[in-house]
Design a protein around this ligand. Structure first.
Ligand SMILES: [Zn+2]
Length: 383
């Protein structure tokens, strides 16, 4: 049996990385669990930060046996502390029970929302100020590094969920992805996975990877709509938005450490990526890149426009409530208008009717007849 952390917490100093959320840098920090709260000391600095336990949050619930935690503090939005140490995580779960998986749920959504919002704010603040050292840094990462970070993020994101791989649907999707990848002019082809996930969302992951949920395909009324979502997410990827978000959240040094052999330490950061919403500016960039891809691939933009309209209806129906916190992106309606303002181009169908039918069945027949989800743990629709 392990000893009770509340009696031993004084004696251990953990090493972590502290980020103020404003710059691309993170600093090495010495972390102790004291009676007053989490003490974050910096080598050579006379004073340490104290974060009381009750106001701590994490980007995502900290599961039992988790090996790392990205800790946030209610009163310093944007700041975060990343510690990769099983013992630390264990002690944190005892001192700040609100960060545990069990405490997260419908009833306690609020502190979790605050923590996720803090991360989103940190990301948003940088973009809004147009100070993007993190983005510059993200652009310097070699392709292999982005791919390896992306793989870790992706693994943690889809953990425990089945990937949809029905061969005919997969082949149809591959052809569409190939068409859009060619239009991007990058040498890497985007890798797109469909995950059996009831959440309505699509994620761009570092290293030109994209996750589509089963629900995205279920809600799409035409292959052009799926193509539109894909093109938009590729736009995020081409603009290095996911890489930038990760550099900003955990700092460059931590990213470099992870690239050079860090184990599963991106687990919680990966999950965090599914929570943050991009800024309006980032969404506009992704829209612009996405529309350019569609044009070059000769796929009609009508699908993207229709999809935005449907999303805005779903948003209206499901209500905003406290999820409005995340509403930093332009309203879907506004984006549909902006997309519709571009002159139409000559287009060919995104898929044949047979391919579309196959894609609809990529998760297995009968899997798509599900109601629109409203999942508080799922965060913002960031499409
Ligand atoms: Zn987006």
């Amino acid at each position: 049996m392990h000893s009770d952390p509340s009696t031993t917490y004084h004696s251990i100093t953990y090493s972590g990385r502290y980020s103020d959320g404003k710059t691309a840098q993170s600093s090495p920090a010495e972390v102790r669990l004291t009676e007053r709260g989490l003490e974050i000391g910096f080598p050579g600095a006379p004073q340490a930060l104290i974060w009381p336990y009750g106001a701590l949050g994490t980007a995502t619930p900290v599961a039992k046996n988790a090996t790392d935690a990205l800790v946030t503090y209610e009163f310093m939005p944007g700041a975060s502390l990343f510690v990769s140490d099983v013992k630390f995580v264990e002690a944190l779960r005892v001192m700040s029970p609100q960060v545990t998986s069990r405490a997260y749920g419908w009833r306690s959504a609020r502190p979790w929302v605050m923590a996720a919002a803090a991360v989103a704010l940190a990301v948003g603040a940088g973009w809004a100020a147009n100070l993007s050292p993190a983005r510059w840094v993200a652009g310097m990462l070699p392709d292999s590094a982005r791919a390896s970070v992306g793989d870790k993020v992706l693994t943690s994101m889809v953990e425990g969920r089945k990937e949809c791989t029905e061969p005919a649907g997969r082949a149809a999707l591959d052809r569409l992805v190939g068409r859009l990848s060619d239009a991007s002019g990058t040498k890497t082809r985007f890798r797109v996975r469909v995950v059996d996930w009831g959440l309505l969302n699509a994620f761009a992951v570092p290293g030109e990877q994209i996750v589509l949920t089963r629900q995205i395909i279920a809600q799409a009324k035409s292959p052009e709509e799926v193509a539109g979502v894909l093109a938009h997410e590729m736009g995020h990827g081409l603009e290095l938005h996911p890489e930038t978000a990760i550099v900003r959240i955990i700092g460059l040094t931590a990213v470099l450490e992870l690239m050079t052999g860090g184990g599963g330490t991106l687990a919680n950061v990966g999950l965090g990526l599914t929570q943050l919403s991009y800024t309006r500016a980032a969404e506009r960039e992704a829209d612009a890149r996405g529309l350019a891809l569609l044009e070059k691939a000769r796929i009609s933009s009508s699908g993207l426009i229709d999809f935005f309209k449907r999303i805005s209806e779903i948003e209206r129906k499901s209500g905003k409530g406290e999820w409005g916190l995340f509403r930093t992106h332009p309203e879907s309606e506004e984006r549909a208008k902006a997309a519709a303002a571009r002159p139409a181009w000559k287009s060919e169908p995104a898929m044949s009717p047979q391919e579309w039918e196959a894609l609809r069945a990529i998760c297995g027949v009968g899997k798509l007849d599900l109601p629109t989800p409203v999942d508080p743990k799922a965060g913002e629709k960031k499409i």
